[in-house]
Design a protein around this ligand. Structure first.
Ligand SMILES: Cc1cc2nc3c(=O)[nH]c(=O)nc-3n(C[C@H](O)[C@H](O)[C@H](O)COP(=O)(O)O)c2cc1C
Ligand SMILES: C=C(O[C@@H]1CC(C(=O)O)=C[C@@H](OP(=O)(O)O)[C@H]1O)C(=O)O
Length: 383
């Protein structure tokens, strides 16, 4: 069984991850994980914190001489901002009076977290509800990416829209719709969008929001290539790959919607326009003429690219804050709190989405072809 846990406060000393269930003998490179961490830090619209952090992992257990041992893998990412927070975030009691945060930000976890855990200082909520935690997911996803690569599976993401600015035509989801050059253009774009003109328009939209103290959401797409037919199952609700991808994508903070394949679009057309016609090629392989199912039928991969589209709400912290409540006084106030914040994170959230796709596929691949070593797993996979 593959599983992982993450720990760490946003302004604490570090983030820690423990990953269990990867087979022994997998070659893992720190540089590949660090490159993913850098991609998550990027994207137009990020705030001041990303100028401080230089995310990179250290392996603390489970890897020797560049190969997994089959034992739990511990990863760590340093929070460089910690030096500015040592007193405010000290695990030990401190002499100094630390001012409590009490003005609730609408749309963040401030209200629900404070009420649920009985915190009088919203700082105690912010620290773990912060999406700093998504760096941990990307690190775990970077391990999974290297594992899946050994079985010919690769995962990419790109941005489809920011607020109302996006592709006007419905995009196909067949393998031909994703040429290799497209991903090169995505990686070169500050919006992680292959279309240069659209990239410019998205940036202009973010700037416009920023000028008025506002924030932006949008939609990203994650695509997995090379997954074999047969991952996931219809046998129980929680074994469907669609269920597991839904949970994984919806777990990303600020994600409010997800579609598989044509998604809501499939509800606006009739069956003859939606279902993907199956063909059998002369070499014995299977393929579909379209991919509206997004690579999953009956909760099981069908051999086509797995395509999910994920909706990200606008960032809750506004430079021009909304009215709210002060938790300490109970008074309605004209302005909630503003602190340093991102304005748009759709490109970064896409990289987190890639990580979650890598994680779900790793779990499903191990479930189907599992083995204690890579050699054993490769044998099962080939069979
Ligand atoms: C990569 C990333 C960075 C984020 N940065 C911020 C930020 O700087 N300020 C903020 O208010 N919210 C930010 N968010 C969104 C909040 O973390 C999120 O809205 C909050 O945890 C509440 O969860 P919910 O939106 O899922 O309800 C970010 C989200 C992601 C994925
Ligand atoms: C630290 C990260 O994102 C943070 C997510 C976040 C939030 O409220 O979710 C608030 C901001 O934190 P800070 O208040 O320290 O500037 C973001 O920078 C990160 O992505 O690594």
């Amino acid at each position: 069984m593959f599983r992982f846990l993450t720990a760490g406060e946003s302004h604490g000393p570090c983030l820690t991850m423990i990953v269990e269930g990867l087979p022994a003998g997998l070659t893992v490179e720190k540089d590949i994980i660090d490159a993913d961490l850098r991609r998550r830090q990027g994207g137009y619209g990020r705030g001041g914190r990303m100028k401080i952090e230089k995310d990179a992992i250290s392996f603390l257990s489970g890897v020797r001489h560049g190969k997994t041992l089959g034992s739990p893998i511990t990863l760590q990412i340093e929070n460089r901002d910690w030096v500015n927070w040592e007193e405010r975030m000290s695990a030990e009691p401190v002499e100094a009076e630390i001012e409590a945060v009490s003005r609730i930000r609408p749309g963040h976890a401030d209200f629900t977290g404070a009420i649920k855990y009985g915190h009088k200082d919203v700082r105690n909520v912010i620290e773990r509800s912060s999406s700093r935690e998504t760096a941990s997911r990307v690190a775990v996803g970077g391990l999974c990416r290297q594992f899946l690569g050994q079985f010919g599976i690769s995962v990419h993401s790109h941005v489809l829209s920011v607020v109302e600015v996006g592709y006007e035509e419905e995009r196909a989801m067949t393998p031909a719709a994703y040429p290799e050059e497209m991903w090169e253009a995505v990686e070169a774009s500050p919006m992680r969008c292959a279309d240069e003109a659209l990239t410019e328009k998205m940036i202009a939209r973010i700037l416009e929001a920023k000028r008025t103290g506002d924030t932006c959401g949008g939609v990203f797409e994650v695509v997995a290539f090379g997954a074999p037919i047969g991952l996931g199952s219809y046998s129980q609700w929680d074994r469907r790959l669609s269920t597991r991808l839904g949970m994984a994508m919806m777990s990303i903070p600020s994600v409010k919607a997800m579609e598989i394949g044509a998604g809501f679009g499939a509800t606006r057309a009739t069956g003859s326009h939606v279902h993907d016609v199956l063909r059998h090629a002369e070499d014995g392989s299977w393929f579909h003429l379209t991919n509206n199912a997004g690579g999953i039928e009956g909760g099981i991969t069908n051999g086509e690219p797995i395509v999910v589209r994920v909706g990200v709400k606008p960032i809750p912290t506004l430079a021009h804050p909304l009215p709210s409540v002060d938790l300490a006084s109970g008074e309605n106030i004209e302005q909630s709190r503003y602190e340093r914040s991102d304005v748009c994170v759709v490109p970064a959230a896409g990289v987190v989405g890639e990580a979650m796709m890598n994680i779900v596929l790793t779990e499903a691949l191990i479930e189907k072809f599992g083995g204690d070593s890579m050699e054993e797993m490769q044998k099962h996979f080939r069979a």
